[in-house]
Write a new protein. Structure first.
Length: 325
């Protein structure tokens, strides 16, 4: 079965192929004989309600100097494709939301969109984890600076995050009474640190086990990849994110990791989230990454597995299901 596979991503010219999960997906799709089609955020359109995109035929290769070739882009009806991999990185801003609406129009016509456009809109990567209170550390989401300070006092040491960040950007670790707390709250809330801000901010109790790694667990159609990538902070840095300098060390899933996956898997399946990254520190689920989960290349290299292959096994079955529905 040959599929037409589109990918909506950030510029392919800027990726680092040794670490890029979207690139792993494209290599696997091409290896299976599927045709590749590339477009970026600015290439989407609706014509009388029909989803269109300025699409360029794409080929990829495992070459760090010349890893892709794009042919001439042309406007085409998105409904001509079988699959679209939605791999645009956050922020999930207004433009991202509009993109999911264009993709949803294609989905209604039978195109398989990975992940489901409505789920991308509904499942904020920080807030979605709170759907599973049995899995999370003490957490507060608020615009109220006073409430956030009280939370810090209650738990002695906390982590503050914006709701729309990625790669560890905008994350602060702070102790109750720290003279920098007000400044951090002003930055995150976008208002007065002594009152209510304009932007919701998430506060979590600091989890000391971060020193042994912030584990990324990849889940494909509700089933976990058997290995996690523990992103271990380096030096004086408390963030484990690879983008913040963390070192990635693969390890088998623990029994508790598998318990967390079992808690969230039914909801992932219900929402059409085929490819998800769970972030786990110690015994706690901290985030559910649904937009463009990473770490495939690192785990493949360390354990000799093919995660994109597992994903495309599922995608192909979904396309068959759509065609026979």
């Amino acid at each position: 079965m040959t599929l037409s596979v589109g990918v909506l991503m950030d510029p392919i010219s800027t990726i680092k192929i040794a670490k890029d999960t979207s690139f792993a997906m494209l290599l696997e799709a091409q290896r299976r004989g599927h045709t590749l089609h590339y477009f970026e955020q600015g290439d989407l359109a609706l014509r009388d309600g029909a989803p269109w995109a300025r699409i360029a035929p794409l080929s990829v290769r495992e070459d760090p100097q010349h890893w892709y070739t794009l042919e001439q882009a042309q406007w085409r009806d998105l409904r001509e494709l079988d699959v679209v991999l939605m791999r645009k990185d956050p922020p999930v801003d207004a433009q991202f939301i509009y993109d999911t609406m264009v993709l949803e129009a294609a989905q209604h016509a039978g195109v398989s969109i990975i992940n489901h456009p409505r789920a991308l809109r509904d499942c904020n990567e920080k807030l979605f984890a709170l759907t599973f209170p049995q899995c999370i550390a003490p957490t507060l989401v608020s615009r109220d600076a006073g409430e956030l300070r009280r939370f810090a006092a209650e738990h002695a040491e906390i982590v503050l995050k914006p709701l729309d960040g990625m790669g560890g950007r905008g994350i602060f670790r702070v102790k109750a009474g720290d003279s920098n707390l007000n400044s951090m709250l002003e930055t995150l809330l976008g208002g007065d640190a002594h009152g209510e801000g304009r932007q919701l901010t998430i506060a979590q109790k600091y989890i000391p086990e971060i020193t042994t790694g912030d584990k990324r667990i990849l889940v494909i159609d509700g089933e976990p990849v058997p290995y996690a990538l523990a992103r271990i902070p380096q030096g004086n840095e408390f963030r484990g994110n690879l983008a913040a300098g963390g070192r990635g060390v693969g390890m088998p899933l623990s029994d508790h990791d598998r318990w967390i996956v079992a808690q969230v898997a039914p909801e992932l399946r219900r929402r059409g989230l085929l490819f998800v990254g769970l972030d786990v520190i110690g015994d706690y689920l901290t985030e559910i990454n649904v937009t463009s989960p990473t770490c495939v290349r690192e785990l493949d290299a360390q354990f000799g597995i093919n995660i994109a292959g597992q994903l495309f096994d599922v995608i192909e079955q979904h396309v068959i299901g759509n065609r026979t529905a």
